[in-house]
Design a protein around this ligand. Structure first.
Ligand code: DGL
Length: 266
């Protein structure tokens, strides 16, 4: 039997990555772990996030996964190396693919990154973007309120627009032409972020979704797509499975009746 792909995130948000992977590789079976008992990761120290990430990865290994996607940008920023050293299967983070897509997209070489405080503090996007092309200028901006707004489903209208205006101002001042969404939750606010940025900049701006970029990189890596059947999505959460089910449809972009959601302890 074909082995599944493991995916983990601090909670719900990584379903944006699961959704992009399911669209790019529809015959793959996915096991998703949302660490809902310990979310958010974005406000915690690197040491704590590394410890949590190892716990998630070790649990997913017991599902005989063939590779691991670290859907959480914060965990990708601080724990990827530790996971790659520990696991003997491929471990893929979301930052490198997002960074590469940003470099491909920009014309001016001025790239903004919106991410959690933890991801910004890690400097991981700067390293990844400049690793692709040293001439790039990177401006990383924490946007913490976007996480609860996405979870509430409050993604358009006055409140998210006000938050976007505040967070985007520093990126507008340096006149970026591309903004990488360096957090699992931000793709839900894609339209608001794009529109507010374009208004403030006075010109269009390219929004790069690191979830989409990761799915594209994975499907390139996999080569020949796996033939069906398959395409299952099994979900493990460390707390509040009922609440997770209620919000999951927003992140998956489709109704989720009948989803297999299991509560686990880490
Ligand atoms: N999953 C996190 C990320 O992509 C966002 C939510 C959190 O802070 O845990 O960085």
């Amino acid at each position: 039997m074909a082995k599944p792909i493991g995916i983990f995130d601090s909670g719900l948000g990584g379903l944006t990555v699961a959704r992009a992977i399911a669209a790019a590789l529809p015959a793959e079976d996915l096991v998703y772990l949302g660490d809902t008992a310990r979310v958010p990761y974005g406000t915690r120290s690197a040491e704590t996030v590394i410890k949590y990430a190892i716990g998630c990865a070790d649990r997913l290994l017991s599902y005989d996964i063939k590779l691991l996607i670290v859907a959480c940008n914060t965990a990708s920023g601080v724990a990827l190396e530790a996971l790659q050293t520990r696991l003997d299967i491929p471990v893929i983070g979301v930052i490198q693919p997002g960074a590469r897509a940003g470099v491909w997209a920009t014309r001016s070489g001025r790239i903004g990154v919106l991410a959690t405080a933890g991801t910004v503090a890690s400097g991981a996007y700067e390293r990844a973007i400049q690793g692709e092309n040293q001439t790039m200028r990177v401006f990383a901006q924490p946007a913490p309120l976007f996480v609860p707004l996405a979870e509430e489903g409050w993604v358009t209208g006055e409140v998210p627009r006000l938050a976007a205006q505040r967070y985007l101002r520093p990126l507008v001042e340096v006149d970026v032409d591309t903004i990488v969404l360096g957090c699992t939750h931000y793709p839900l606010l894609n339209e608001t972020i794009h529109d507010v940025a374009a208004e403030l900049l006075g010109h269009d701006v390219i929004i790069v979704d690191s979830a989409e970029a990761t799915a594209a990189a994975l499907s390139e890596m996999q080569g020949e797509p796996r033939a069906g059947p398959g395409g299952s999505l099994r979900i493990l959460v460390t707390d509040l499975p009922g609440q997770f089910a209620a919000s999951a449809s927003r992140f998956l972009g489709k109704p989720v009746q009948g989803l297999d959601i299991e509560a686990i302890d880490l």
